[in-house]
Design a protein around this ligand. Structure first.
Ligand SMILES: *Cc1c(COP(=O)(O)O)cnc(C)c1O
Length: 401
Protein backbone atom coordinates (compact mmCIF):
# COMPACT_ATOMS: atom_id res chain seq x y z
CA UNK A 1 0.00 0.00 0.00
CA UNK A 2 1.34 3.44 -0.88
CA UNK A 3 1.36 6.19 1.68
CA UNK A 4 -1.52 8.04 0.03
CA UNK A 5 -3.62 4.87 0.00
CA UNK A 6 -2.93 4.38 3.71
CA UNK A 7 -3.94 7.96 4.39
CA UNK A 8 -7.17 7.60 2.44
CA UNK A 9 -8.00 4.42 4.41
CA UNK A 10 -7.70 6.22 7.74
CA UNK A 11 -11.02 7.56 9.06
CA UNK A 12 -11.67 11.25 8.49
CA UNK A 13 -12.67 11.65 12.12
CA UNK A 14 -12.78 9.59 15.27
CA UNK A 15 -15.96 9.49 17.32
CA UNK A 16 -15.63 7.08 20.21
CA UNK A 17 -18.78 5.72 21.83
CA UNK A 18 -17.74 7.48 25.02
CA UNK A 19 -14.72 9.56 26.06
CA UNK A 20 -14.68 10.24 29.80
CA UNK A 21 -11.33 12.04 29.67
CA UNK A 22 -13.09 15.12 28.27
CA UNK A 23 -15.36 15.22 31.32
CA UNK A 24 -12.51 14.66 33.77
CA UNK A 25 -10.05 17.29 32.54
CA UNK A 26 -11.90 20.45 33.66
CA UNK A 27 -12.74 18.84 37.03
CA UNK A 28 -9.37 17.25 37.69
CA UNK A 29 -8.00 19.85 40.11
CA UNK A 30 -11.14 19.96 42.25
CA UNK A 31 -11.45 16.18 42.34
CA UNK A 32 -7.81 15.72 43.27
CA UNK A 33 -8.32 17.99 46.28
CA UNK A 34 -11.37 15.99 47.40
CA UNK A 35 -9.50 12.71 47.03
CA UNK A 36 -6.56 14.10 48.98
CA UNK A 37 -8.94 15.17 51.77
CA UNK A 38 -10.21 11.62 52.14
CA UNK A 39 -6.64 10.32 52.08
CA UNK A 40 -5.60 12.82 54.74
CA UNK A 41 -8.53 11.80 56.94
CA UNK A 42 -7.88 8.06 56.43
CA UNK A 43 -11.64 7.60 57.03
CA UNK A 44 -12.60 5.40 54.11
CA UNK A 45 -15.83 3.72 55.16
CA UNK A 46 -19.29 5.31 55.48
CA UNK A 47 -17.97 8.73 56.45
CA UNK A 48 -19.14 12.30 55.79
CA UNK A 49 -18.79 12.14 51.99
CA UNK A 50 -21.13 9.14 51.79
CA UNK A 51 -23.65 10.90 54.05
CA UNK A 52 -23.47 14.06 51.95
CA UNK A 53 -23.98 12.08 48.74
CA UNK A 54 -26.90 10.13 50.17
CA UNK A 55 -28.69 13.33 51.17
CA UNK A 56 -27.99 15.02 47.84
CA UNK A 57 -28.90 12.10 45.56
CA UNK A 58 -32.04 11.31 47.57
CA UNK A 59 -33.17 14.93 47.17
CA UNK A 60 -32.21 14.92 43.48
CA UNK A 61 -34.32 11.78 43.06
CA UNK A 62 -37.24 13.20 45.07
CA UNK A 63 -36.84 10.61 47.80
CA UNK A 64 -36.49 11.00 51.56
CA UNK A 65 -33.77 8.40 51.96
CA UNK A 66 -30.62 7.39 50.09
CA UNK A 67 -28.49 4.38 51.02
CA UNK A 68 -25.13 4.40 49.29
CA UNK A 69 -23.99 0.97 48.16
CA UNK A 70 -21.14 -0.71 46.33
CA UNK A 71 -22.73 -0.85 42.84
CA UNK A 72 -26.01 -0.67 40.96
CA UNK A 73 -26.09 -4.45 40.97
CA UNK A 74 -25.74 -4.49 44.74
CA UNK A 75 -28.48 -1.85 45.03
CA UNK A 76 -30.84 -4.27 43.24
CA UNK A 77 -29.77 -7.26 45.32
CA UNK A 78 -30.02 -5.29 48.56
CA UNK A 79 -33.50 -4.04 47.62
CA UNK A 80 -34.66 -7.61 46.99
CA UNK A 81 -33.18 -8.73 50.31
CA UNK A 82 -34.76 -5.83 52.19
CA UNK A 83 -38.16 -6.75 50.75
CA UNK A 84 -37.58 -10.34 51.93
CA UNK A 85 -37.74 -11.75 48.42
CA UNK A 86 -36.00 -15.09 48.04
CA UNK A 87 -36.43 -18.80 47.43
CA UNK A 88 -39.95 -19.74 46.39
CA UNK A 89 -40.69 -16.25 45.11
CA UNK A 90 -40.83 -14.71 41.65
CA UNK A 91 -40.19 -11.19 40.38
CA UNK A 92 -41.56 -9.94 37.07
CA UNK A 93 -39.12 -8.03 34.87
CA UNK A 94 -38.02 -7.21 31.34
CA UNK A 95 -35.97 -9.62 29.24
CA UNK A 96 -34.41 -6.66 27.40
CA UNK A 97 -32.06 -5.07 29.91
CA UNK A 98 -28.57 -5.35 31.37
CA UNK A 99 -27.95 -8.76 32.92
CA UNK A 100 -27.93 -7.50 36.52
CA UNK A 101 -31.68 -6.87 36.50
CA UNK A 102 -32.57 -10.54 36.25
CA UNK A 103 -29.22 -11.73 37.61
CA UNK A 104 -29.94 -10.24 41.03
CA UNK A 105 -33.47 -11.70 41.06
CA UNK A 106 -31.95 -15.15 40.49
CA UNK A 107 -29.18 -14.53 43.04
CA UNK A 108 -31.78 -13.64 45.67
CA UNK A 109 -33.17 -17.14 45.16
CA UNK A 110 -36.28 -15.90 43.35
CA UNK A 111 -37.38 -16.74 39.83
CA UNK A 112 -37.19 -14.09 37.11
CA UNK A 113 -40.57 -13.95 35.41
CA UNK A 114 -40.14 -12.24 32.07
CA UNK A 115 -42.63 -9.98 30.42
CA UNK A 116 -42.23 -8.40 26.96
CA UNK A 117 -41.37 -4.78 26.24
CA UNK A 118 -43.12 -1.90 24.54
CA UNK A 119 -41.37 -1.56 21.15
CA UNK A 120 -41.71 2.24 21.29
CA UNK A 121 -39.77 2.69 24.52
CA UNK A 122 -37.93 -0.63 25.04
CA UNK A 123 -39.42 -0.65 28.55
CA UNK A 124 -41.69 -3.19 30.24
CA UNK A 125 -45.10 -2.99 28.56
CA UNK A 126 -47.99 -2.45 31.00
CA UNK A 127 -50.33 -4.50 28.77
CA UNK A 128 -47.84 -7.38 28.74
CA UNK A 129 -47.56 -7.20 32.54
CA UNK A 130 -51.33 -7.46 32.85
CA UNK A 131 -51.33 -10.43 30.48
CA UNK A 132 -48.61 -12.26 32.43
CA UNK A 133 -50.55 -11.81 35.66
CA UNK A 134 -53.91 -12.74 34.13
CA UNK A 135 -52.72 -15.69 32.05
CA UNK A 136 -49.93 -17.22 34.13
CA UNK A 137 -50.79 -16.39 37.75
CA UNK A 138 -53.63 -17.01 40.15
CA UNK A 139 -54.69 -15.82 43.58
CA UNK A 140 -54.36 -18.32 46.40
CA UNK A 141 -55.45 -16.57 49.55
CA UNK A 142 -53.22 -13.55 49.97
CA UNK A 143 -50.60 -14.91 47.56
CA UNK A 144 -50.27 -14.42 43.82
CA UNK A 145 -48.94 -17.72 42.54
CA UNK A 146 -47.17 -18.31 39.24
CA UNK A 147 -48.98 -21.46 38.21
CA UNK A 148 -46.26 -23.23 36.21
CA UNK A 149 -43.52 -22.87 38.83
CA UNK A 150 -45.59 -22.63 42.02
CA UNK A 151 -43.59 -19.56 43.04
CA UNK A 152 -45.15 -16.61 44.84
CA UNK A 153 -44.97 -13.46 42.75
CA UNK A 154 -43.77 -10.71 45.10
CA UNK A 155 -42.61 -7.79 42.99
CA UNK A 156 -42.21 -6.22 39.60
CA UNK A 157 -38.89 -4.70 38.57
CA UNK A 158 -39.36 -2.23 35.72
CA UNK A 159 -36.19 -0.88 34.10
CA UNK A 160 -35.89 2.72 32.92
CA UNK A 161 -33.82 1.71 29.92
CA UNK A 162 -31.44 4.12 28.19
CA UNK A 163 -32.50 6.95 30.52
CA UNK A 164 -36.24 6.99 29.83
CA UNK A 165 -38.74 6.09 32.51
CA UNK A 166 -41.00 3.11 32.03
CA UNK A 167 -44.71 3.89 31.81
CA UNK A 168 -45.12 3.93 35.58
CA UNK A 169 -48.77 4.98 35.98
CA UNK A 170 -50.28 1.80 34.47
CA UNK A 171 -47.40 -0.37 35.74
CA UNK A 172 -47.97 0.88 39.29
CA UNK A 173 -51.74 0.45 39.04
CA UNK A 174 -51.27 -3.10 37.86
CA UNK A 175 -48.71 -3.86 40.59
CA UNK A 176 -50.94 -2.39 43.28
CA UNK A 177 -53.98 -4.34 42.09
CA UNK A 178 -51.89 -7.52 42.23
CA UNK A 179 -50.33 -6.67 45.61
CA UNK A 180 -46.79 -6.51 44.20
CA UNK A 181 -43.87 -4.41 45.39
CA UNK A 182 -42.18 -2.22 42.79
CA UNK A 183 -38.38 -2.10 42.55
CA UNK A 184 -37.25 0.42 39.94
CA UNK A 185 -34.05 -0.44 38.12
CA UNK A 186 -33.06 3.18 37.61
CA UNK A 187 -29.40 2.38 36.95
CA UNK A 188 -29.48 4.24 33.61
CA UNK A 189 -31.95 6.91 34.63
CA UNK A 190 -30.82 9.19 37.47
CA UNK A 191 -32.84 12.40 37.14
CA UNK A 192 -35.16 11.06 34.44
CA UNK A 193 -38.80 12.03 35.04
CA UNK A 194 -42.21 10.97 33.83
CA UNK A 195 -44.73 13.44 32.42
CA UNK A 196 -45.98 14.17 35.95
CA UNK A 197 -42.44 15.26 36.88
CA UNK A 198 -41.80 12.28 39.14
CA UNK A 199 -38.19 11.20 39.07
CA UNK A 200 -36.77 7.77 38.47
CA UNK A 201 -36.54 5.88 41.74
CA UNK A 202 -39.27 7.86 43.50
CA UNK A 203 -42.30 6.10 42.06
CA UNK A 204 -41.97 2.52 43.30
CA UNK A 205 -41.15 1.17 46.75
CA UNK A 206 -37.44 1.51 46.11
CA UNK A 207 -35.24 2.80 43.29
CA UNK A 208 -31.81 1.45 42.43
CA UNK A 209 -29.18 3.74 40.93
CA UNK A 210 -25.79 2.93 39.46
CA UNK A 211 -22.73 5.16 39.39
CA UNK A 212 -20.80 2.87 37.05
CA UNK A 213 -18.44 5.13 35.08
CA UNK A 214 -20.53 5.01 31.87
CA UNK A 215 -23.76 6.13 33.56
CA UNK A 216 -24.75 9.81 33.45
CA UNK A 217 -23.31 10.23 36.96
CA UNK A 218 -20.24 8.01 37.00
CA UNK A 219 -17.83 7.23 39.82
CA UNK A 220 -14.14 6.35 39.49
CA UNK A 221 -15.03 2.71 39.85
CA UNK A 222 -18.11 0.95 41.14
CA UNK A 223 -20.81 2.60 43.23
CA UNK A 224 -24.58 2.71 43.53
CA UNK A 225 -27.50 3.77 45.70
CA UNK A 226 -30.93 2.68 46.87
CA UNK A 227 -33.45 5.52 47.18
CA UNK A 228 -36.81 5.24 48.89
CA UNK A 229 -39.49 7.22 50.65
CA UNK A 230 -40.21 4.40 53.09
CA UNK A 231 -38.48 4.94 56.45
CA UNK A 232 -38.78 1.33 57.60
CA UNK A 233 -37.43 0.02 54.31
CA UNK A 234 -34.58 2.55 54.42
CA UNK A 235 -33.62 1.25 57.86
CA UNK A 236 -33.62 -2.36 56.64
CA UNK A 237 -31.47 -1.41 53.66
CA UNK A 238 -29.01 0.35 55.97
CA UNK A 239 -28.78 -2.60 58.32
CA UNK A 240 -28.43 -5.17 55.54
CA UNK A 241 -25.68 -3.05 53.94
CA UNK A 242 -23.45 -3.84 56.94
CA UNK A 243 -24.07 -7.58 57.27
CA UNK A 244 -27.43 -7.09 58.98
CA UNK A 245 -25.76 -6.14 62.25
CA UNK A 246 -27.66 -3.75 64.50
CA UNK A 247 -26.27 -2.99 66.93
CA UNK A 248 -22.91 -3.95 65.50
CA UNK A 249 -22.16 -7.68 65.97
CA UNK A 250 -25.80 -8.48 66.82
CA UNK A 251 -27.53 -9.96 63.78
CA UNK A 252 -31.29 -10.25 63.49
CA UNK A 253 -30.79 -10.31 59.71
CA UNK A 254 -28.24 -11.84 57.33
CA UNK A 255 -26.88 -9.01 55.23
CA UNK A 256 -23.62 -8.49 53.45
CA UNK A 257 -20.92 -5.96 52.69
CA UNK A 258 -22.71 -3.56 50.35
CA UNK A 259 -20.87 -0.41 51.42
CA UNK A 260 -20.08 2.60 49.25
CA UNK A 261 -16.50 3.87 49.52
CA UNK A 262 -15.82 7.31 50.89
CA UNK A 263 -13.40 7.96 47.99
CA UNK A 264 -16.12 7.25 45.43
CA UNK A 265 -18.61 9.41 47.30
CA UNK A 266 -16.12 12.31 47.40
CA UNK A 267 -15.77 12.15 43.61
CA UNK A 268 -19.53 11.82 43.08
CA UNK A 269 -20.32 14.79 45.35
CA UNK A 270 -18.36 17.00 42.98
CA UNK A 271 -19.69 15.46 39.80
CA UNK A 272 -23.33 15.64 40.93
CA UNK A 273 -23.19 19.44 40.57
CA UNK A 274 -22.57 19.01 36.84
CA UNK A 275 -25.09 16.25 36.19
CA UNK A 276 -27.92 18.48 34.95
CA UNK A 277 -25.58 20.16 32.49
CA UNK A 278 -24.31 16.82 31.20
CA UNK A 279 -27.81 15.42 30.81
CA UNK A 280 -28.84 18.61 28.98
CA UNK A 281 -25.87 18.10 26.64
CA UNK A 282 -27.04 14.57 25.91
CA UNK A 283 -30.56 15.86 25.21
CA UNK A 284 -29.09 18.46 22.84
CA UNK A 285 -27.16 15.77 20.99
CA UNK A 286 -30.24 13.54 20.83
CA UNK A 287 -32.25 16.40 19.34
CA UNK A 288 -29.49 16.93 16.76
CA UNK A 289 -29.60 13.26 15.76
CA UNK A 290 -33.43 13.24 15.65
CA UNK A 291 -33.49 16.21 13.27
CA UNK A 292 -30.54 15.05 11.20
CA UNK A 293 -31.90 11.52 10.71
CA UNK A 294 -35.31 12.89 9.74
CA UNK A 295 -33.59 15.22 7.25
CA UNK A 296 -31.44 12.41 5.82
CA UNK A 297 -34.60 10.67 4.51
CA UNK A 298 -33.38 7.16 5.10
CA UNK A 299 -36.91 5.80 5.22
CA UNK A 300 -37.22 2.76 7.43
CA UNK A 301 -33.49 2.01 7.37
CA UNK A 302 -32.86 4.13 10.46
CA UNK A 303 -35.48 4.85 13.09
CA UNK A 304 -34.59 7.33 15.83
CA UNK A 305 -35.83 6.58 19.33
CA UNK A 306 -39.33 8.08 19.65
CA UNK A 307 -39.54 11.36 21.54
CA UNK A 308 -40.28 11.16 25.27
CA UNK A 309 -43.91 11.85 26.20
CA UNK A 310 -44.84 15.51 26.71
CA UNK A 311 -43.27 16.91 29.84
CA UNK A 312 -41.18 13.81 30.51
CA UNK A 313 -37.41 14.01 30.95
CA UNK A 314 -35.30 11.49 29.03
CA UNK A 315 -31.67 11.73 30.13
CA UNK A 316 -30.28 9.73 27.19
CA UNK A 317 -27.80 7.50 28.94
CA UNK A 318 -27.91 5.91 25.50
CA UNK A 319 -29.19 7.03 22.12
CA UNK A 320 -30.37 3.84 20.48
CA UNK A 321 -31.57 3.56 16.91
CA UNK A 322 -33.30 0.70 15.18
CA UNK A 323 -31.66 -0.03 11.87
CA UNK A 324 -31.78 -2.42 8.96
CA UNK A 325 -28.77 -4.70 8.53
CA UNK A 326 -27.52 -3.66 11.93
CA UNK A 327 -24.26 -5.63 12.00
CA UNK A 328 -23.17 -4.36 8.56
CA UNK A 329 -23.90 -0.79 9.62
CA UNK A 330 -21.91 -1.32 12.80
CA UNK A 331 -18.91 -2.62 10.83
CA UNK A 332 -19.16 0.32 8.42
CA UNK A 333 -19.19 2.78 11.33
CA UNK A 334 -16.24 1.05 13.01
CA UNK A 335 -14.21 1.30 9.78
CA UNK A 336 -15.10 5.00 9.63
CA UNK A 337 -13.88 5.56 13.21
CA UNK A 338 -17.29 5.70 14.90
CA UNK A 339 -17.75 3.66 18.07
CA UNK A 340 -21.09 1.94 18.70
CA UNK A 341 -22.41 -0.78 20.98
CA UNK A 342 -25.27 -3.25 21.04
CA UNK A 343 -27.26 -2.99 24.27
CA UNK A 344 -28.15 -5.89 24.39
CA UNK A 345 -27.48 -8.60 21.79
CA UNK A 346 -29.09 -11.53 23.64
CA UNK A 347 -32.38 -11.04 25.48
CA UNK A 348 -32.18 -12.48 28.96
CA UNK A 349 -34.72 -15.28 28.47
CA UNK A 350 -32.35 -16.76 25.86
CA UNK A 351 -29.20 -16.56 27.99
CA UNK A 352 -27.64 -19.93 28.68
CA UNK A 353 -27.68 -19.40 32.44
CA UNK A 354 -31.47 -19.01 32.36
CA UNK A 355 -32.07 -22.18 30.35
CA UNK A 356 -33.61 -23.67 33.51
CA UNK A 357 -36.52 -21.26 33.08
CA UNK A 358 -37.43 -23.18 29.93
CA UNK A 359 -37.94 -20.30 27.50
CA UNK A 360 -37.78 -20.58 23.72
CA UNK A 361 -36.96 -18.12 20.95
CA UNK A 362 -40.11 -16.35 19.83
CA UNK A 363 -41.63 -16.08 23.30
CA UNK A 364 -40.84 -12.40 23.74
CA UNK A 365 -40.87 -11.12 20.16
CA UNK A 366 -40.39 -7.42 20.93
CA UNK A 367 -37.36 -8.06 23.13
CA UNK A 368 -35.91 -10.36 20.48
CA UNK A 369 -36.55 -7.84 17.71
CA UNK A 370 -34.92 -5.07 19.77
CA UNK A 371 -31.88 -7.27 20.40
CA UNK A 372 -31.53 -7.83 16.65
CA UNK A 373 -32.19 -4.28 15.40
CA UNK A 374 -30.78 -1.80 17.86
CA UNK A 375 -27.51 0.09 17.92
CA UNK A 376 -26.29 2.68 20.42
CA UNK A 377 -24.54 5.72 18.94
CA UNK A 378 -22.14 8.14 20.67
CA UNK A 379 -24.24 10.58 22.72
CA UNK A 380 -21.93 11.91 25.46
CA UNK A 381 -22.27 15.63 26.14
CA UNK A 382 -18.80 16.71 24.97
CA UNK A 383 -19.40 15.58 21.37
CA UNK A 384 -18.98 18.40 18.86
CA UNK A 385 -21.44 19.23 16.13
CA UNK A 386 -18.99 18.14 13.39
CA UNK A 387 -18.69 14.79 15.15
CA UNK A 388 -22.47 14.36 15.34
CA UNK A 389 -22.79 15.40 11.71
CA UNK A 390 -20.06 12.90 10.78
CA UNK A 391 -21.94 10.05 12.51
CA UNK A 392 -25.15 10.87 10.63
CA UNK A 393 -23.36 11.36 7.29
CA UNK A 394 -21.49 8.07 7.70
CA UNK A 395 -24.75 6.23 8.38
CA UNK A 396 -26.49 7.94 5.46
CA UNK A 397 -23.59 7.08 3.13
CA UNK A 398 -23.80 3.43 4.20
CA UNK A 399 -27.46 3.12 3.18
CA UNK A 400 -27.08 5.12 0.01
CA UNK A 401 -24.36 2.68 -1.02
C1 LIG B 1 -25.53 -0.54 34.87
C2 LIG B 1 -26.77 -1.28 35.13
C3 LIG B 1 -26.94 -2.07 36.27
C4 LIG B 1 -25.83 -2.44 37.20
O1 LIG B 1 -25.12 -1.39 37.70
P1 LIG B 1 -23.59 -1.63 38.16
O2 LIG B 1 -23.29 -0.37 38.91
O3 LIG B 1 -22.78 -1.77 36.93
O4 LIG B 1 -23.54 -2.83 39.02
C5 LIG B 1 -28.18 -2.63 36.49
N1 LIG B 1 -29.19 -2.45 35.64
C6 LIG B 1 -29.07 -1.71 34.53
C7 LIG B 1 -30.25 -1.52 33.63
C8 LIG B 1 -27.84 -1.12 34.23
O5 LIG B 1 -27.71 -0.40 33.12
Amino acid sequence: MTQSQAASAAPAMRVPLLDLKLQYRPLAAEIQVAIEQVCASQAFILGPAVKELETAVAAYSQCRFGIGVSSGTDALLLALMALEIGAGDAVITSPFTFFATAGTIARSGARPLFCDIDPATFNLAPAALERVIAAQCERRGAALVHRASGTHVKAVMPVHLYGQMADMVPLLACAQAAGLKVIEDAAQAIGAADSAGRRAGSVGDVGCLSFFPTKNLGAFGDAGMCVTGDAALAERLEILRVHGGKPKYYHALIGGNFRLDELQAAVLNIKLRFLDGWSAGRQRNAAFYDTAFAGARLGDAVRSPPAAPRGARHIYNQYVIRCGGRDALRAHLAAAGVGTEIYYPVPLHLQQCFAYLGHRAGEFPEAERAAAETLALPIYPELTEPQLRYVVDTIAAHYRG
